[in-house]
Design a protein around this ligand. Structure first.
Ligand code: UD1
Ligand code: PEP
Length: 430
């Protein structure tokens, strides 16, 4: 199994190109199921989750070509991929494929809307909480789906073959359920109003894609989204937004090691709250035409309290990385996680590097230390893994991060991007 070895202590300096967002690319790829035309997506990151979703979509009959060629493993940064779901050959998404990734469950929306039926295994994904799918099921029922859960599968049928628009108020904000209901309602009969919908930038990117395909959607990016269903959707060409979590991760790495890095292609509006917090810690953040410049000189890291919440608040997907940064702050910070009930798995691993963190319910109290010392560590999810990389970059000596496959789910060419800025970091195979 691959590992990442880091020798810490170098300040970062240079340019890091920001990739297309994993969490935007996945729903856009799934939207290809809604049309028999070609959906062309630009700026799709080369990630394990994208490859896994290509396999899942392929099982339903979706054909794809990378930059015009049907090429599975093209090396390189984010690519343009054409997806064509001319013939849906299977409306079942099997356990073996869906269990590896939470977002694969989302195929239930387009399959049900276009084919009138779907059988989808209950999902897997990062081990950060129980992650039920009750809101997806309740919302789809409100749109006229008849549902049964049997043997680990959700079996869904649209009454009379087509979903019907309706009003649904999410009892809790859910990114995934908003994606699914927006896709499903795009081909439903009549008008759907989604209230207390997620406002994340990835929702806006999906709405832009659906609108380019001919959907009638208003209000994406606000908590009320109105969708007038249409009979058919067509192909389109859409660009995946830059990854705000990758952006925030590298910004926190620079805030931790010190240095001066241009995050090329990054968009500040996608993570303003996190950038404001970084400024409070003492980092200099400058939006430019090229991207976001992040700088920190020799001054210490100021402690800042943070609470995760839905967009536009501080994202849960940056919580672990921020905790990494706070381990070396000059004082005490409190980090409260409100989205997932079990997203502190990085705490015990950061402790191996010398961090002082105590947990009190959903709050981590981080007592900053003057230095961290390298050690072997192992992470259990994607963002936890990268928080260990950030801490390792600032720690004295050698840190080895095991279970690198978590990182490969969400960070394109991590070692290359960081070593290009002076970090001593390498992948050890086997
Ligand atoms: C692929 C992708 O885009 N993943 C992101 C997406 O995950 P995902 O879409 O799974 O996250 P949700 O927004 O749905 O989850 C938010 C909260 O709602 C709960 N919930 C959700 C659905 C449901 O039916 N019932 C229910 O109780 C979840 O357990 C969680 O506590 O948004 C999360 C919150 O920003 C991010 O951390 C993930 O990186
Ligand atoms: C939690 C994440 O992913 P997923 O929802 O696919 O598990 C993430 O991207 O941080």
């Amino acid at each position: 199994m691959d590992r990442i070895r880091i020798v810490g202590g170098n300040a970062l300096a240079g340019t890091i190109p920001i990739s297309g967002a994993k969490n935007a690319a996945l729903p856009l790829m799934i939207a290809s199921l809604l049309t028999d035309d070609t959906l062309t997506l630009e700026n799709v990151p080369h990630l394990a989750d994208v490859e896994q979703l290509i396999r899942i979509l392929g099982n339903h009959g979706v054909d794809y070509s990378v930059n015009g060629r049907r090429e599975k493993q093209q090396e390189g940064y984010s690519r343009t991929i054409n997806f064509s779901a001319r013939n849906i050959v299977d409306t079942t998404a099997p356990y073996e494929l869906v269990s590896k990734m939470r977002a694969s469950f989302w195929v239930i929306g387009p399959l049900l809307a276009r084919m009138g039926e779907a059988k989808v295994s209950l999902p897997g994904g990062c081990a950060i909480g129980t992650r039920p799918v009750d809101l997806f099921l309740e919302g789809l029922q409100v749109l006229g789906a008849e549902l049964d859960v049997d043997n680990g599968y959700v079996i869904a049928k649209a009454k009379n073959g087509r979903l019907v628009g309706n009003r649904y108020v999410f009892p809790k904000v859910s990114v995934g359920a908003t994606h699914v209901l927006m896709m499903a309602a795009s081909l439903a009969k009549g008008e759907t109003v989604l209230e207390n919908a997620a406002c994340e930038p990835e929702i806006v990117n999906l709405a832009e894609c659906l609108i380019a395909m001919g959907a009638k959607i208003h209000g994406a990016g606000t908590s009320t989204i109105t969708i007038h269903g249409v009979e058919v959707l067509s192909g389109a060409r859409v660009r995946v937004i830059p990854d705000r979590i990758e952006t925030g991760t590298y910004a926190m790495a620079v805030a931790m090691t010190g240095g001066d890095v241009m995050l090329a292609g990054a968009r500040p509006d996608l993570l303003q709250t996190a950038l404001d917090v970084l400024v409070e810690t003492g980092a200099e953040i400058t939006p430019t035409n090229e991207g976001i410049r992040v700088k920190r000189n020799g001054s210490g890291i100021a402690p800042v309290d943070v609470t995760t919440a839905p967009f536009p608040a501080f994202p849960t997907d940056l919580q672990a990385q921020f905790m990494g940064l706070m381990t070396m702050a000059k004082g005490k910070s409190r980090i409260t996680e409100t989205i997932f009930e079990n997203r502190f798995m990085h705490v015990q691993e950061l402790a191996r590097l010398g961090a002082h963190i105590t947990l009190s319910g959903q709050t981590a109290i981080v007592e900053g230390v003057a230095k961290l010392k390298g050690a072997p560590v192992m992470a259990t999810d994607l963002r936890a893994s990268v928080s260990l990389v950030i801490a390792g970059l600032a720690a004295e000596g050698k840190t080895t991060v095991n279970r690198v496959y978590h990182l490969d789910r969400g960070f394109e060419r991590l070692e290359e991007k960081l070593s290009g800025c002076g970090a001593v970091i390498e992948r050890i195979s086997g």
